[in-house]
Write a protein that binds this ligand. Sequence first.
Ligand code: NAP
Length: 264
Amino acid sequence: MTSEPKGTALVTGASSGIGAIYADRLAKQGYDLILVARNADKLRNLAKAISDETGRSVEVFPADLGKSAELKQVEKLLRTDASITMLVNNAGIGAIAPLLSSDVDAMQSMIDINVTAPMRLAYAVVPAFVSRGKGTIINIASIVAIAPETLNGVYGGSKAFVLAFSQSLHHELADKGVRVQAVLPGATATDFWALSGRPVEHLPSEIVMAADAMVDAAMARLQQGELVTIPSLPDIADWQAFEAARDALKPKLSLGAPAKRYAA
Ligand code: NAP
């Protein structure tokens, strides 16, 4: 544990899985915490365990981020609590069923939690971070952001939003002292899978990472200043080639006439 003051990290979806591990690791790095999720009992138990172990201040803020009024309470906290130096946008839900067997209202709820909530929370905290010239936003996306055919398409689309939004935040805010990291986990051993309809035990074990290993890898890359972190990817050159191909497309994507191949 370090004695250097780090301020407070607000972690959404901290009641289980990846978010609970972020909370533990951040407290051990010296952050005080505000833990957000719906399950207040789980949050309180985790808060006590972490503060007993680390001596950090750990507050709980139970909220359903899919409910506009409760989301706005968290936004207000991010706007007004000057101790907050980090936002971890981790809360999220998944789905594995294809469109023809999915309920559109459930898809809308997923967009509320996976897209609207992290977007609004970023909008709430960014002005404060910019005015202080300092702050960190970690957005938990997924590898489905770049492989949307893998699971449910709305889930993939929601995580593609998180990746694109993170890249844009970095583009707009890096020179204003705001650090942004998008984390793209592959399959990670949490309740996410059972809640999505396929218990993690049903996946081939060689594609499933332990949640603590995933978070530790991502946090190590945060220290290195990495914008997009894919904990499973063996060779970073593969991602760099993907980004280089995207960069090469950029000057050719908006021109005054259709490409010759589209001529009648
Ligand atoms: P998890 O164990 O199911 O945790 C999800 C967390 O989100 C829980 O703390 C849950 O708490 C919270 N949450 C869900 N709905 C919420 C709502 N309406 N309002 C507030 N909090 C809500 O799953 P996880 O794997 O740790 O997921 C964390 C993030 O990682 C998600 O964004 C997920 O998309 C992403 N991810 C997971 C995997 C994977 O394989 N596990 C892979 C890639 C990305 P309450 O139920 O108490 O509200």
